[in-house]
Design a protein around this ligand. Structure first.
Ligand code: ADE
Length: 228
């Protein structure tokens, strides 16, 4: 899979893809991530990319021309399955959406800044708008990194144990069960007996019960979806 990201602050996206699972995905040739500096498409001597909003009001808006030029410089080279704009008014990111996007070949992500991007760019180019939650961040870079992480770890061969992503929280609308490692007793707290029993059928049953109970008490909204 190839992911291109257009950003006015590409520095914010340097570190997330250089470590751990996403680093491994890149090293294994399963994922390529390219960050493009919007400033290079800025207008005039000062490489301007934002301007005051029509109608007045605080906050700058990202201008349409630099964005259109950046997008078109990429779309002439390849076809994108989705052109995604990270925005708090988009569809909330869920595991099911990450699963769907992990099956694609080419994604283009636009990370906005300031007050947002000119609406006409959304109308003209964007095919999918994604929010990572009901709160406002100062730019789309961290949301873009969250999205790439959620997708990247699902690519076959990225996680060592092929099945491990399938057992994550949310894959079946259930939260994951609690996990333990050594020692078997820590400050008087013992690991549940069944996990030490070697009885894998009993362990699976215990984990499912714990998942159900956690989901029912912590996320009744998810639990309802599981029951449907
Ligand atoms: N940009 C700013 N806040 C955001 C959010 N919650 N999700 C996606 N993009 C954003």
């Amino acid at each position: 899979m190839r992911i291109d990201i257009i950003s006015a602050v590409p520095e914010l996206l340097e570190s997330p893809f250089r470590h751990s699972i996403l680093k491994r995905a890149k090293e294994r040739g399963l994922l390529e991530v390219y960050v493009h500096n919007l400033r290079e498409y800025g207008l005039g001597k000062h490489k301007q990319i934002d301007d005051y909003q029509f109608g007045g009001g605080a906050g700058m808006v990202m201008m349409p021309e630099p964005l259109a030029n950046a997008i078109e410089a990429l779309t002439v080279q390849r076809r994108y399955d989705e052109i995604i704009y990270m925005t708090p008014d988009g569809t909330t990111l869920r595991q099911s959406l990450a699963n769907r996007l992990s099956l694609m070949q080419n994604l283009l992500i636009i990370a906005g800044h300031y007050k947002g991007i000119d609406e006409r760019i959304r109308e003209e180019f964007v095919t999918l708008e994604i929010s990572i939650g009901d709160y406002v961040l100062s730019g789309g870079e961290l949301p873009a990194a969250v999205l790439v992480d959620a997708i990247g770890r699902l690519l076959p061969g990225v996680l060592n144990d092929e099945t491990s992503a399938l057992l994550d929280s949310f894959q079946d609308n259930l939260l994951a069960p609690p996990v333990y490692t050594r020692p078997a007793e820590f400050r008087g707290r013992k690991v549940p007996e069944v996990l030490l029993s070697g009885n894998f059928k009993a362990i699976d049953e215990w984990r499912l019960e714990q998942s159900l109970e956690r989901t029912r008490t912590r996320r009744p909204d998810l639990f309802r979806r599981f029951e449907e």
